[in-house]
Design a protein around this ligand. Sequence first.
Ligand SMILES: Cc1ncc(COP(=O)(O)O)c(C=O)c1O
Length: 375
Amino acid sequence: VTTTAGRHRAWLDIDHGALAANVATLRGLAAPGTELIAVVKANAYGHGAVEVSETLTALGAERLAVATVSEAAELRSAGQDGPLLVLWGIGTEDAPAVAGLGLEPMVDNAAVVGALAAAAAQDGRRIGVHLKVDTGLGRQGIEPGEAVALARQIAGSSDLALAGTMTHLAAPDDASLTALQLERMASVLDDLRASGIDPGLVHVAGTGAVLAGVGAFADAIRPGIGLYGLAPVGHTIAGIDLRPVLTLRALPLRVFEVDPGTPIGYGMRWTAARQSRLATLPIGYGDGWPRSHLNNGWALVRGQRVPMVGAISMDGLVVDISDAGSVGLDDEFVLIGRQGDESITADEVAAQRQTINYEVTTMLRGRLPRRHHRP
Ligand SMILES: Cc1ncc(COP(=O)(O)O)c(C=O)c1O
């Protein structure tokens, strides 16, 4: 159990059994022998990077991937000493830390490659880098036509090794764009090999691509959201065993009755239309439950749906439990997850906020304790 100090009656339950099942499912969708690069950036999409990484490593994930050097440093401090990929671009000033921590950074430009070579020489230890090619996402990566020259710079340095070559897909549910991106990637790989350069571990597929069957293209898959039991929009997972890992729960701080006409919360954005029974839950936008749930959200209690009423505060919100029976201070509420026969999915919550499930889990703040349940 990881807790912040003090009593906080809203928390996340993290089901490591579900995480293990999802790893097996994703591996099963890739070709036999395909390696797993498990994406644990942004605090493992809100699930708790240190604990989730421990389970993933124990399950045999060949590599972990984070976005930033500071995320990597946190995992190194927690004892993760295996291959650790940094997916987002680093600056030249990060090179000494990358060398010191023994990380594998994504690279897409000569300046950073030069800085890494210098830092590796200084440190006396080789840095393995992953060359990223922009095959169509238009975000990070080197242009396909310039990839061989950068790979030559890497391969020509005795302080660097080309650990991998990667790209990222823009819309894995779009077969024609994906085919085009894969074609560009294949052509870069051909060019590298024709130049006598070993591209190292080739990896392309995040969760959407794995679900779309692209996992077979490369040596490793690189899923994030699927590990956590969720799928990107546009991908059906009917018949695929992905199990949500996270449940968001809270206990009420106050259960109270109000008369008809009583306004509730900041700005009086909800007024009781009848004699009402309400409960205050200690979770608000300071925990990552945003104000867009103003009169627009649900919780489960006693296996029933109850609506959120009024504005969301920084530290709390109010639900109308008038129709939920005799709810007391010991009754657990579920904001994301299952209770009895009812469930509220991260996808449903995302739709209420006009966002995607990634954002729903990732924005759950560190203030919420994570309770880790291992089988
Ligand atoms: C480069 C890269 N690879 C893999 C992933 C994981 O993607 P997903 O969470 O869709 O599986 C991400 C996530 O943003 C990414 O940026």
